[in-house]
Design a binder for this molecule. Structure first.
Ligand code: PMV
Length: 325
């Protein structure tokens, strides 16, 4: 048995503007952050796939089904998409050898930072590299297929941004467009400590829309306008304007019922510590909050204020590399 080891990593992501409304056809702006998930893949002699993650989950997958080696009841659900991606890579290479994949992440999972997508992309790429590596598009497709196993209505944005990095505009009808920015975006990502289920929050918004069709339409138009203005500010480097637009976007998210008391507390803390703007990122209902800062010193100040209040925070910049191997 060869003791070949291959490593790949993919960044986490934030949704800068337009979450939820994007599901109904408006524009969103999504960006990769400079925190990564790294997958280390190794061939093993038994015909099975072993996945170990540093969040305390480990399982063995094969023809027999799945056996949890470490972790709680949600272990299978957390690791199943990764197995899906790895299996699809093994099939494409006509391999029935066993593999072991170990995952380490620099950011928390379950709060909308794309942990699942980054893990799928990194795992698929690390396993693919054990044989004859395919390009990024191919890896993205494998990750997307398996992400859709858990999140049927996924826009696919997470896998895309984790694979290619940078800032992207995306929309259901016009796909992805890479955005070039003139300035460095410095952000603080803070953690409400409340894990969310994207599916449940998407469902909550579906109900809200069903019961409030006219007002949802109006809010969607506003969300789209905010995104268009934000794209102009990002391109021209007008950071102050971007901050105000984040607050406007948050107001809309509040109205459709996806904010949370703790997210509001983090937004308030960030603004009082000097942020230019702040909002939830991703599905909400807890999850993560992003705050935009004008300098690295401001960033550090905001992150400190949040930690002092007892919440997790990290200073981030954007990542332009995407998948690396
Ligand atoms: O899974 P999250 O927290 O990154 O949120 C997904 C963003 C939504 O707009 C709510 C859903 C989607 O598929 O775009």
């Amino acid at each position: 048995m060869k003791s070949l080891i291959r490593v790949a990593s993919a960044p986490g992501k934030i949704i800068l503007f337009g979450e939820h409304f994007v599901v109904y056809g408006t524009t969103a702006v999504v960006a990769a952050i400079n925190r990564r998930t790294t997958a280390r893949a190794q061939l093993v002699d038994k015909n099975k796939v072993i996945i170990r993650s540093d969040i305390g989950s480990a399982a063995e997958f094969g023809d027999f089904g799945a056996k949890v080696l470490e972790g709680g009841r949600d272990t299978k659900a957390i690791l199943a998409p990764l197995y899906g991606a790895i299996r699809s890579v093994l099939i494409a290479h006509s391999q029935n050898s066993g593999v072991q994949v170990e995952l380490k992440s620099q950011f928390p999972y379950g709060i909308g930072l794309g942990s699942s997508a980054a893990s799928c992309v990194a795992s698929a790429a690390a396993v693919d590299s054990l044989f004859r590596p395919h390009d990024k598009n191919w890896i993205c497709e494998r990750a997307l297929e398996s992400e859709r196993m858990i999140h049927k209505n996924s826009s696919g944005a997470d896998c895309y941004i984790c694979t290619f990095g940078g800032i992207m505009r995306y929309g259901r009808d016009d796909g992805y467009t890479r955005i070039v920015t003139k300035s460095r975006l410095r952000l603080v990502v803070s953690n409400t400590g409340i894990r969310h289920s994207t599916g449940e929050l998407v469902e909550r918004v579906r109900k809200f829309r069903q019961d409030n069709l006219a007002s949802f339409k109006d809010l969607s138009t506003q969300a789209n306008e905010i995104c268009i203005k934000a794209l102009q500010s990002i391109k021209s480097g007008k950071i102050d304007k971007l901050g105000r637009l984040m607050l406007d976007n948050q107001e809309l998210l509040r109205k459709i019922g996806v904010s949370h008391r703790k997210a509001e507390a983090l937004i308030d803390l960030s603004m009082r510590a000097g942020a230019i703007g702040a909002k939830i990122t991703g599905a909400g209902g807890g999850g993560a909050v992003i705050a935009l800062a004008s300098s690295s010193a401001e960033c550090a100040r905001i992150a400190r204020a949040i930690r002092r209040a007892g919440y997790g925070s990290m200073e981030v910049e954007l990542d332009s590399r995407g998948l690396v191997r």
